[in-house]
Design a protein around this ligand. Structure first.
Ligand code: ATR
Length: 273
Protein backbone atom coordinates (compact mmCIF):
# COMPACT_ATOMS: atom_id res chain seq x y z
CA UNK A 1 0.00 0.00 0.00
CA UNK A 2 1.36 3.42 -0.98
CA UNK A 3 1.52 6.08 1.68
CA UNK A 4 1.21 9.77 0.80
CA UNK A 5 0.64 13.04 2.62
CA UNK A 6 0.34 16.77 2.07
CA UNK A 7 2.51 19.12 4.13
CA UNK A 8 1.31 22.64 4.87
CA UNK A 9 0.51 25.27 7.46
CA UNK A 10 -2.45 25.58 7.81
CA UNK A 11 -3.45 22.21 6.40
CA UNK A 12 -6.41 20.81 8.36
CA UNK A 13 -8.97 21.85 5.70
CA UNK A 14 -6.99 20.56 2.72
CA UNK A 15 -9.11 18.78 0.10
CA UNK A 16 -6.13 16.71 -1.11
CA UNK A 17 -6.86 13.60 1.01
CA UNK A 18 -10.47 13.37 -0.30
CA UNK A 19 -9.35 13.98 -3.89
CA UNK A 20 -6.59 11.36 -3.81
CA UNK A 21 -8.80 8.76 -2.12
CA UNK A 22 -11.37 9.27 -4.91
CA UNK A 23 -8.62 8.83 -7.51
CA UNK A 24 -7.40 5.67 -5.77
CA UNK A 25 -10.94 4.27 -5.78
CA UNK A 26 -11.11 4.84 -9.55
CA UNK A 27 -7.72 3.18 -10.02
CA UNK A 28 -8.58 0.23 -7.78
CA UNK A 29 -5.63 1.05 -5.53
CA UNK A 30 -5.46 1.12 -1.76
CA UNK A 31 -3.59 4.18 -0.56
CA UNK A 32 -3.13 6.06 2.67
CA UNK A 33 -3.16 9.85 2.20
CA UNK A 34 -3.35 12.25 5.12
CA UNK A 35 -2.43 15.83 6.08
CA UNK A 36 0.76 16.73 7.92
CA UNK A 37 1.00 20.03 9.78
CA UNK A 38 4.53 21.42 10.04
CA UNK A 39 6.29 24.56 11.15
CA UNK A 40 9.11 26.28 9.31
CA UNK A 41 11.54 24.81 11.83
CA UNK A 42 10.36 21.20 11.82
CA UNK A 43 9.27 20.87 8.17
CA UNK A 44 12.46 19.25 6.83
CA UNK A 45 12.90 16.81 9.76
CA UNK A 46 9.20 15.86 9.51
CA UNK A 47 9.52 15.34 5.74
CA UNK A 48 12.66 13.22 6.15
CA UNK A 49 10.95 11.20 8.86
CA UNK A 50 7.91 10.58 6.62
CA UNK A 51 10.09 9.08 3.89
CA UNK A 52 11.80 6.69 6.32
CA UNK A 53 8.66 4.57 5.96
CA UNK A 54 9.26 2.26 3.00
CA UNK A 55 5.58 2.56 2.00
CA UNK A 56 5.98 6.35 1.60
CA UNK A 57 6.00 6.87 -2.17
CA UNK A 58 5.48 10.62 -2.42
CA UNK A 59 3.95 13.74 -0.96
CA UNK A 60 2.37 17.04 -1.87
CA UNK A 61 3.65 20.26 -0.41
CA UNK A 62 1.65 23.43 -0.13
CA UNK A 63 2.06 26.90 1.31
CA UNK A 64 4.40 27.96 2.91
CA UNK A 65 6.85 25.11 2.18
CA UNK A 66 6.96 24.94 -1.64
CA UNK A 67 10.25 26.83 -1.91
CA UNK A 68 11.87 25.08 1.07
CA UNK A 69 11.21 21.61 -0.37
CA UNK A 70 12.61 22.67 -3.77
CA UNK A 71 16.00 22.97 -2.07
CA UNK A 72 15.64 19.58 -0.36
CA UNK A 73 14.90 17.26 -3.31
CA UNK A 74 17.76 15.70 -5.32
CA UNK A 75 16.43 16.67 -8.77
CA UNK A 76 14.00 19.34 -9.99
CA UNK A 77 11.80 19.12 -13.10
CA UNK A 78 12.17 21.99 -15.59
CA UNK A 79 8.84 23.47 -14.44
CA UNK A 80 9.84 23.29 -10.78
CA UNK A 81 13.20 24.86 -11.56
CA UNK A 82 11.55 27.85 -13.21
CA UNK A 83 8.90 28.16 -10.51
CA UNK A 84 11.53 27.79 -7.78
CA UNK A 85 8.83 25.75 -6.06
CA UNK A 86 7.71 22.14 -5.70
CA UNK A 87 4.22 20.84 -4.95
CA UNK A 88 4.89 17.15 -5.66
CA UNK A 89 7.73 14.96 -4.39
CA UNK A 90 8.26 11.57 -6.01
CA UNK A 91 10.43 8.94 -4.31
CA UNK A 92 12.30 7.13 -7.06
CA UNK A 93 13.30 3.44 -7.09
CA UNK A 94 16.91 4.35 -6.26
CA UNK A 95 15.78 6.22 -3.12
CA UNK A 96 16.37 9.71 -4.53
CA UNK A 97 13.70 12.41 -4.64
CA UNK A 98 12.33 14.27 -7.66
CA UNK A 99 10.56 17.59 -7.14
CA UNK A 100 7.93 18.68 -9.63
CA UNK A 101 5.19 21.28 -9.80
CA UNK A 102 1.88 20.18 -11.29
CA UNK A 103 -0.02 23.49 -11.01
CA UNK A 104 0.69 24.42 -14.64
CA UNK A 105 -0.55 21.06 -15.93
CA UNK A 106 -3.54 21.37 -13.60
CA UNK A 107 -4.50 24.70 -15.16
CA UNK A 108 -3.83 23.59 -18.73
CA UNK A 109 -5.88 20.42 -18.27
CA UNK A 110 -8.73 22.39 -16.77
CA UNK A 111 -8.73 24.89 -19.63
CA UNK A 112 -8.81 21.93 -22.04
CA UNK A 113 -11.73 20.38 -20.12
CA UNK A 114 -13.57 23.70 -20.39
CA UNK A 115 -12.86 23.95 -24.15
CA UNK A 116 -10.84 27.14 -23.67
CA UNK A 117 -8.21 27.49 -26.36
CA UNK A 118 -4.76 28.77 -25.42
CA UNK A 119 -2.99 28.33 -28.76
CA UNK A 120 -3.09 31.56 -30.80
CA UNK A 121 -5.14 33.32 -28.09
CA UNK A 122 -4.51 36.65 -26.37
CA UNK A 123 -4.14 35.93 -22.69
CA UNK A 124 -3.94 38.26 -19.70
CA UNK A 125 -2.54 36.75 -16.51
CA UNK A 126 -3.17 38.95 -13.48
CA UNK A 127 -0.58 38.66 -10.71
CA UNK A 128 3.12 37.79 -10.66
CA UNK A 129 3.44 35.81 -7.43
CA UNK A 130 4.08 32.11 -6.89
CA UNK A 131 0.76 31.09 -8.45
CA UNK A 132 1.56 32.90 -11.72
CA UNK A 133 5.13 31.68 -11.82
CA UNK A 134 3.99 28.07 -11.39
CA UNK A 135 1.85 28.07 -14.55
CA UNK A 136 3.87 30.20 -16.98
CA UNK A 137 5.90 27.49 -18.65
CA UNK A 138 2.89 25.22 -19.25
CA UNK A 139 0.87 28.12 -20.70
CA UNK A 140 3.66 29.30 -23.01
CA UNK A 141 4.20 25.73 -24.23
CA UNK A 142 0.72 25.94 -25.77
CA UNK A 143 1.80 28.85 -27.97
CA UNK A 144 -0.59 31.73 -27.20
CA UNK A 145 -0.32 34.65 -29.64
CA UNK A 146 0.24 36.93 -26.63
CA UNK A 147 0.64 36.35 -22.90
CA UNK A 148 0.76 39.48 -20.77
CA UNK A 149 1.47 39.21 -17.07
CA UNK A 150 0.11 42.33 -15.37
CA UNK A 151 0.89 42.94 -11.73
CA UNK A 152 0.22 45.65 -9.14
CA UNK A 153 3.98 45.82 -8.58
CA UNK A 154 5.29 46.32 -12.11
CA UNK A 155 8.84 45.19 -11.38
CA UNK A 156 7.72 41.71 -10.36
CA UNK A 157 5.91 41.24 -13.70
CA UNK A 158 8.99 42.41 -15.60
CA UNK A 159 11.21 40.04 -13.62
CA UNK A 160 8.91 37.15 -14.45
CA UNK A 161 8.93 37.99 -18.16
CA UNK A 162 12.72 38.13 -18.15
CA UNK A 163 12.85 34.48 -17.01
CA UNK A 164 11.38 33.28 -20.30
CA UNK A 165 12.31 35.83 -22.94
CA UNK A 166 10.16 35.42 -26.04
CA UNK A 167 8.24 37.80 -28.32
CA UNK A 168 4.75 36.74 -27.22
CA UNK A 169 5.41 37.17 -23.48
CA UNK A 170 5.42 40.56 -21.73
CA UNK A 171 5.37 41.71 -18.11
CA UNK A 172 3.74 45.06 -17.22
CA UNK A 173 2.18 46.96 -14.32
CA UNK A 174 -1.61 46.77 -13.87
CA UNK A 175 -1.80 50.51 -14.57
CA UNK A 176 -0.23 50.04 -18.01
CA UNK A 177 -3.22 47.97 -19.08
CA UNK A 178 -4.89 51.34 -19.83
CA UNK A 179 -2.68 51.62 -22.89
CA UNK A 180 -4.06 48.39 -24.40
CA UNK A 181 -7.14 48.93 -26.53
CA UNK A 182 -7.85 45.38 -27.68
CA UNK A 183 -9.70 42.84 -25.51
CA UNK A 184 -8.15 39.55 -24.40
CA UNK A 185 -9.62 36.12 -25.19
CA UNK A 186 -8.81 34.78 -21.75
CA UNK A 187 -8.23 36.63 -18.47
CA UNK A 188 -6.81 34.58 -15.59
CA UNK A 189 -6.69 35.88 -12.04
CA UNK A 190 -3.73 34.43 -10.15
CA UNK A 191 -3.59 37.20 -7.54
CA UNK A 192 -4.39 36.51 -3.92
CA UNK A 193 -6.82 39.48 -4.07
CA UNK A 194 -9.89 37.20 -4.19
CA UNK A 195 -8.93 35.69 -0.84
CA UNK A 196 -9.23 39.14 0.74
CA UNK A 197 -12.42 39.91 -1.19
CA UNK A 198 -10.50 42.43 -3.34
CA UNK A 199 -10.15 42.90 -7.08
CA UNK A 200 -7.14 43.66 -9.27
CA UNK A 201 -8.12 46.79 -11.26
CA UNK A 202 -8.52 46.17 -14.99
CA UNK A 203 -9.76 48.72 -17.54
CA UNK A 204 -12.89 48.04 -19.65
CA UNK A 205 -10.84 48.38 -22.85
CA UNK A 206 -9.24 44.96 -22.35
CA UNK A 207 -12.52 43.18 -21.51
CA UNK A 208 -14.98 41.66 -23.96
CA UNK A 209 -18.19 39.94 -22.93
CA UNK A 210 -17.10 37.02 -25.16
CA UNK A 211 -13.88 36.51 -23.19
CA UNK A 212 -13.27 33.65 -20.79
CA UNK A 213 -12.62 34.70 -17.18
CA UNK A 214 -10.81 32.19 -14.99
CA UNK A 215 -10.11 32.71 -11.30
CA UNK A 216 -7.53 30.35 -9.76
CA UNK A 217 -9.37 30.81 -6.44
CA UNK A 218 -12.65 29.07 -5.69
CA UNK A 219 -15.25 28.99 -2.98
CA UNK A 220 -18.81 28.02 -2.14
CA UNK A 221 -19.94 31.33 -3.70
CA UNK A 222 -18.61 33.01 -6.88
CA UNK A 223 -15.35 34.86 -6.10
CA UNK A 224 -15.36 38.67 -6.30
CA UNK A 225 -13.48 38.39 -9.60
CA UNK A 226 -16.18 36.19 -11.07
CA UNK A 227 -18.96 38.39 -9.68
CA UNK A 228 -17.23 41.37 -11.30
CA UNK A 229 -17.02 39.58 -14.67
CA UNK A 230 -20.68 38.59 -14.51
CA UNK A 231 -21.66 42.19 -13.75
CA UNK A 232 -19.84 43.22 -16.93
CA UNK A 233 -21.93 40.73 -18.90
CA UNK A 234 -19.18 38.12 -19.29
CA UNK A 235 -20.85 34.75 -19.79
CA UNK A 236 -17.92 32.34 -19.57
CA UNK A 237 -16.60 32.47 -16.02
CA UNK A 238 -14.83 29.67 -14.20
CA UNK A 239 -13.23 29.20 -10.80
CA UNK A 240 -10.12 27.21 -9.85
CA UNK A 241 -11.74 24.08 -8.42
CA UNK A 242 -10.98 22.22 -11.65
CA UNK A 243 -7.36 23.37 -11.49
CA UNK A 244 -7.10 22.08 -7.93
CA UNK A 245 -8.33 18.64 -9.00
CA UNK A 246 -6.22 18.80 -12.19
CA UNK A 247 -2.97 19.44 -10.33
CA UNK A 248 -3.80 16.59 -7.94
CA UNK A 249 -4.52 14.29 -10.91
CA UNK A 250 -1.09 15.06 -12.34
CA UNK A 251 0.56 14.25 -8.98
CA UNK A 252 -1.38 10.99 -8.78
CA UNK A 253 -0.24 10.12 -12.30
CA UNK A 254 3.41 10.83 -11.43
CA UNK A 255 3.18 8.54 -8.40
CA UNK A 256 1.09 5.67 -9.77
CA UNK A 257 1.10 5.87 -13.59
CA UNK A 258 -2.73 6.06 -13.48
CA UNK A 259 -4.45 9.09 -15.05
CA UNK A 260 -7.66 9.76 -13.12
CA UNK A 261 -10.91 10.98 -14.64
CA UNK A 262 -11.25 14.39 -13.00
CA UNK A 263 -14.89 15.12 -13.95
CA UNK A 264 -16.67 13.02 -11.27
CA UNK A 265 -14.21 14.24 -8.63
CA UNK A 266 -14.82 17.91 -9.51
CA UNK A 267 -18.61 17.28 -9.35
CA UNK A 268 -18.35 15.62 -5.96
CA UNK A 269 -16.17 18.38 -4.54
CA UNK A 270 -18.42 21.10 -5.93
CA UNK A 271 -21.45 19.59 -4.23
CA UNK A 272 -19.61 19.50 -0.91
CA UNK A 273 -18.44 23.16 -0.93
P1 ATR B 1 0.71 33.37 -4.48
O1 ATR B 1 1.72 32.31 -4.13
O2 ATR B 1 -0.71 33.02 -4.14
O3 ATR B 1 0.85 33.82 -5.91
P2 ATR B 1 2.14 35.69 -3.63
O4 ATR B 1 3.38 35.10 -4.18
O5 ATR B 1 2.15 36.36 -2.31
O6 ATR B 1 1.00 34.58 -3.51
O7 ATR B 1 1.55 36.71 -4.73
C1 ATR B 1 0.34 37.38 -4.57
C2 ATR B 1 0.02 38.10 -5.87
O8 ATR B 1 -1.28 38.71 -5.76
C3 ATR B 1 0.99 39.21 -6.22
O9 ATR B 1 1.09 39.30 -7.62
C4 ATR B 1 0.29 40.44 -5.63
O10 ATR B 1 0.66 41.67 -6.21
P3 ATR B 1 1.98 42.44 -5.68
O11 ATR B 1 3.15 41.72 -6.27
O12 ATR B 1 1.83 43.82 -6.19
O13 ATR B 1 1.93 42.36 -4.17
C5 ATR B 1 -1.14 40.14 -6.00
N1 ATR B 1 -2.16 40.84 -5.19
C6 ATR B 1 -2.51 40.59 -3.91
N2 ATR B 1 -3.51 41.42 -3.53
C7 ATR B 1 -3.81 42.21 -4.60
C8 ATR B 1 -4.76 43.24 -4.85
N3 ATR B 1 -5.62 43.64 -3.91
N4 ATR B 1 -4.79 43.81 -6.07
C9 ATR B 1 -3.92 43.42 -7.04
N5 ATR B 1 -3.01 42.44 -6.87
C10 ATR B 1 -2.94 41.83 -5.67
Amino acid sequence: MGRYTVFGNPIAHSKSPSIHHLFAEQAGLTIEYDCTFATKENFIPTLTDFFLDENAKGCNVTSPFKEQVAKWVNVLSANAKLAGAVNTVIKKEDGTFLGDTTDGQGLVQDLHRLNIQVKDSRILLLGAGGAARGVLQSMLALDPSLLIVANRTEEKAQNLASLLPQDNFIGIGLKQLNTIQRPFDLIINSTSASLAGELPCIPDSVISSCANFYDMSYGDKPTVFIQYAKKLGVFNTFDGLGMLVGQAAESFYLWTGYRPDVAPVIRKLRSSL
